[in-house]
Design a protein around this ligand. Structure first.
Ligand SMILES: [Zn+2]
Length: 475
């Protein structure tokens, strides 16, 4: 269906969305934006990268470092990169060759090592293949003396964002907040970049760039249950629209034995938030299982698993509670009693990422998308190429397009069998066949992909029904 492609020059795991795929993306975004607007979300837009410091604050560095792309290092103008002094000094030939191989290691050995001992320590931490079999500390110290570290400042490091949260936290913190501002719900279809091992890349299911149906809800403890419940309701609403009958919420909790390592060391907050999430799940009667030791480092989370129409399981979305990071960012609001309090944060992404969700939808619908999602919703097929008939067909197309329906016309001189075949192969949702008899009666003959011929009906009625079906996002 020409939805997306990959290209070696762009890079593995970086999908390019073609026009048909972009239709799907924009329909999903339209759905998300309408739904979120109605639920009181505000939209924001943030850049795709940020300084290292932000991820140190958020804790993504070091907790999440291996999933992030390596940093871009920026030197201020006039700064020099670290280099080896190539001027000849009083060193032996063997030291010279060591020095040559050593140059390759320099990127690994950050700037600023000026003390021989520090140098030896840093050297020993290099991967063995870079150590070149050099184990003798005396030789290492001699080598160090033969090097001249150019005067440079530390470069500034920027990272592609692996998550949108830190950027949103900065927006929360950009102006003073009071309890009257809460809950504050910041939404963005944000593009994130994650460094998946190339062996783990898999079609749309595992990629390195992803557009996420993201939002962060900042709320008080008292507001938490209602907010969390509203998020779950939103999931259920989406499941209904997409005809997802089978789903499961995996509620991941912490392991007290791993506090301070895998999980932030705040036992009371873990207990409290896990209890709150459990309450919401039980009260709302949602289908869930509890899984210990799989929470995010900053709080309990829910992974949403859904089953496609042919019964395959997909993890499409997560829902996380965060009681740790807002305080690391110094986020506060002024409460009724004039004291400053830290909000809770709910991370939620009901439609997951476009990449994964569309991967799921392709299988779920076996490529036969409902009208509202179909890249080509309607194609008008005139039975001949006489001017009045083509004119009639163009009028129908124009009326549909004016109402926002993706309608085409097949004005080629193929016979009708050929036109229908082509439209069926392209998975066009609705075919409107028009002949002279239809023209005279003001009718169109409706044919639905996969359902066949539904017969002739009044043009106005058919057009109104198509517009209504798309608007209602009928299955
Ligand atoms: Zn987040």
């Amino acid at each position: 269906m020409e939805l997306f492609c990959f290209d070696d020059d762009v890079g593995p795991g970086l999908p390019l969305w073609m026009p048909n795929g972009t239709v799907l993306i924009e329909e999903l975004e339209k759905l998300a934006k309408e739904t979120e607007f109605a639920a009181g979300y505000d939209r924001v837009r943030t850049p795709h990268l940020a300084r290292e410091n932000m991820y140190l604050t958020s804790g993504h560095l070091p907790y999440y470092a291996e999933s992030m792309f390596p940093p871009m290092e920026l030197y201020a103008e006039g700064d020099k990169q670290l280099s080896v002094d190539r001027s000849e000094r009083d060193i032996t030939e063997s030291d010279k060759s060591l020095r040559d191989s050593f140059e390759k290691m320099i990127p690994e050995l950050k700037a600023g090592i000026r003390d021989p001992q520090e140098f030896v320590r840093a050297f020993k931490k290099l991967p063995p293949e870079l150590q070149n079999g050099l184990v003798d500390n005396v030789a290492l110290v001699r080598l160090f003396a033969s090097l001249k570290w150019a005067e440079v400042n530390e470069p500034e490091r920027y990272y592609l964002k692996a998550m949108n949260c830190p950027h949103h936290h900065k927006i929360f913190g950009a102006v003073p907040r009071s309890y009257r501002d809460l809950p504050l719900r910041l939404a963005e279809y944000g593009t994130c970049y994650r460094y998946e091992q190339s062996g783990e890349l898999f079609g749309l299911m595992r990629v390195r760039s992803m557009q996420m149906n993201d939002a962060h809800i900042y709320c008080t403890e008292e507001q938490f249950e209602a907010e969390f419940n509203a998020v779950n309701e939103m999931y259920l609403k989406y499941f209904k629209i997409f005809g997802i009958d089978k789903y499961l919420m995996r509620f991941s909790t912490h392991d007290p034995a791993k506090l301070g390592q895998k999980f932030v060391d705040q036992p009371e907050l873990w207990k409290k938030t896990e209890e709150m999430v459990r309450n919401v799940l039980v009260k709302s009667g949602i289908n869930f299982v509890e899984v210990p030791n799989e929470a995010a480092f900053y709080g309990p989370k829910i992974d949403v698993q859904v089953w496609s129409a042919i019964g395959r399981e997909f993890t499409i979305a997560t829902n996380q509670v965060d009681f740790a990071v807002p305080s690391r960012f110094g986020l506060v609001y002024k409460d009724r009693d004039n004291t400053e309090k830290t909000p809770l944060c709910i991370h939620r992404a009901p439609l997951g990422t476009h990449e994964r969700f569309i991967g799921f939808l392709i299988e779920h619908y076996a490529g036969n998308f409902p009208l509202w999602l179909s890249p080509v919703q309607v194609r008008v097929l005139p039975l001949g190429d006489e001017e009045p008939l083509v004119e009639y067909a163009r009028g129908i197309q124009a009326e549909l397009r004016a109402a926002g329906i993706r309608a085409e016309i097949d004005a080629t001189n193929n016979n009708i069998k050929g036109k229908v075949l082509q439209a069926e192969q392209a998975k066009v949702h609705t075919m409107l066949v028009v002949g002279n008899r239809d023209l005279e009666a003001g009718n169109v003959s409706v044919r639905i992909h996969g359902q066949g011929n539904l017969g002739a009906k009044p043009r106005a009625e058919v057009i109104a029904d198509i517009i209504q079906s798309a608007k209602e996002r009928r299955a």
